[in-house]
Ligand binder design. Structure first.
Ligand code: GTP
Ligand code: MG
Length: 224
């Protein structure tokens, strides 16, 4: 998608190389509350930009970190469950990831393993937080052990998009982690990963071209 932005400035991902721009992606099964969480955090005057062709919504958030203005783009998709995996460009240049499950539906917790495996394929190093949403439905869940986060060494937040519990805290801490990753990620591995991603995107572009020439839909083309 970075390469087929076709004049949609929102999808030109080179902007994320600029110091003051970060990209944070949201992962998790359908209906776990990804969009509601964004809306709750950005309740005052957010302007989601719906890109329905890609089932993608970009939420923009302006903030100040260490007296520097920072523009955060939150990437959110719909109906991911149907596709089971995301288009590689969704991960491209992301600086942090928010991985959400629904405390009322065990399967959404189990599926975190799949989301996390896919995330690490594309972004092995970026900070990732695990978010247990909908705790308003049953506060007792906060006593339960959700070992996935501990096992992977990831921060876990118990939140509710419905009543706002911990939502601002979770988003603010994630933004800080994204910024800090961005400022310190000029290490060699990251460079290598960037090159690999570009290579894969190029390959995907070639594949899309080939399949388009054959009149076929590239696999997964609907997902983003
Ligand atoms: N009780 C409760 N319901 C919630 C909460 N967050 C979201 N919901 C409900 O869960 C449903 C799904 O929320 P969405 O935000 O649309 O879920 P999503 O993850 O964006 O789903 P997709 O866009 O399909 O991937 C909606 O009916 C919400 O009202 C919450 O914190 N508590
Ligand atoms: Mg949604």
């Amino acid at each position: 998608m970075a390469s087929d932005a076709n004049g949609i400035p929102e999808l030109d991902q080179d902007k994320y190389d600029a110091d003051e721009q970060v990209k944070i992606i949201c992962l998790g099964d359908s209906a776990v509350g990804k969009s509601k969480l964004m809306e709750r955090f950005l309740i005052d005057g957010y302007r989601p930009q719906q890109l329905s062709t890609y089932a993608l919504t970009l939420y923009k958030y302006n903030t100040t970190i260490d007296r520097k203005a920072v523009l955060v783009d939150f990437w959110d998709t719909a109906g991911q469950e149907r596709f089971q995996s995301m288009h590689p460009s969704y991960y491209h240049k992301a600086h942090a990831c928010i991985m959400v499950f629904d405390v009322q539906r065990k399967i959404t917790y189990k599926n975190l393993t799949n989301w996390y495996t896919e995330l690490r394929e594309y972004r092995p190093e970026i900070p990732c937080v695990v978010v247990a949403n909908k705790i308003d439905a049953d506060m007792k869940v906060t006593q339960r052990n959700f070992n996935f986060a501990k096992k992977q060494g990831l921060p876990l937040y118990f939140v509710s998009a419905a009543d706002g519990t911990n939502v601002v805290k979770m988003f603010k801490e994630t933004i800080k982690m994204a910024m800090s990753y961005k400022q310190n990620s000029s290490d060699f591995m990251d460079e290598v990963m960037r090159e690999l991603e570009n290579f894969e995107l190029e390959q995907n572009k070639d594949l899309s071209l080939q399949t388009a020439q054959k009149g076929l839909k590239p696999e997964g083309s609907e997902s983003v």
